[in-house]
Design a protein around this ligand. Structure first.
Ligand code: ZN
Length: 195
């Protein structure tokens, strides 16, 4: 990415801090390496549901994964699925354009307003408050969250659009990885943009 991201403390916002004292954001869920010491970059992913629009959001799952495991997982997908995922993150959500827009009004010597990144679905524009299912994804390095094209929020329609373009083989691999390596609830796919 050509745009220089801003780095802010990862624990500045509740949206990116683990749900309890288990310190589950200390290591990559898949390989167990320390994300704070051993891996240069990692992804925080959390998914939430609501019983109805405006109701309190409940955490469905959360995990951290290192960039190496994420790259390995991406590479295991079928070529057409890899192309679909890459196109989704370059065309449907243009992360570079998004970074330019979000960083345009932010100077590096102030703590930016994270709400600009996460208040709406990056694909549909739907307010997160109205979404009954939404996923938050962020890149981080050590104790720092990187603000550029990410963090990003996707609500249900956007997630279905991303997942609908996957081959059956890829869906099976993504589902197996999610349950076996990440211990997520059944029928989840981990389709996070590789760094
Ligand atoms: Zn890992």
């Amino acid at each position: 990415m050509s745009i220089e991201p801003l780095a802010v403390p990862v624990d500045t916002w509740d949206l990116f801090t683990p749900s309890d004292e288990n310190d589950r954001f200390e290591s990559c869920r898949a390989c167990g390496r320390s994300i704070k010491k051993d891996t240069p970059q990692y992804v925080i992913e959390r998914e939430f549901t609501r019983t109805e629009p405006g109701a309190p959001a409940e955490l469905a799952y959360e995990f951290t994964i290192c960039e190496s495991c994420l790259a390995d997982q991406d590479a295991s997908y079928s070529p057409d699925s890899q192309e679909h995922i890459a196109q989704f993150y370059s065309d449907v959500i243009d992360l570079n354009v998004r970074a330019e827009q979000l960083l345009a009004d932010t100077s590096s010597d102030e703590i930016p307003n994270i709400d600009a990144w996460v208040e709406r679905c990056a694909v549909t524009g739907m307010s997160v408050e109205d979404a009954t299912r939404f996923r938050v994804m962020a890149y981080a390095v050590g104790e720092w969250l990187l603000l550029a094209g990410m963090p990003v929020v996707m609500t249900e329609t956007a997630l279905e659009r991303l997942e609908s373009g996957l081959s059956d083989t890829t869906k099976e691999r993504a589902r197996t990885f999610a349950t076996d390596a990440l211990h997520l609830p059944p029928d989840q796919y981990v389709i996070t943009p590789a760094v």
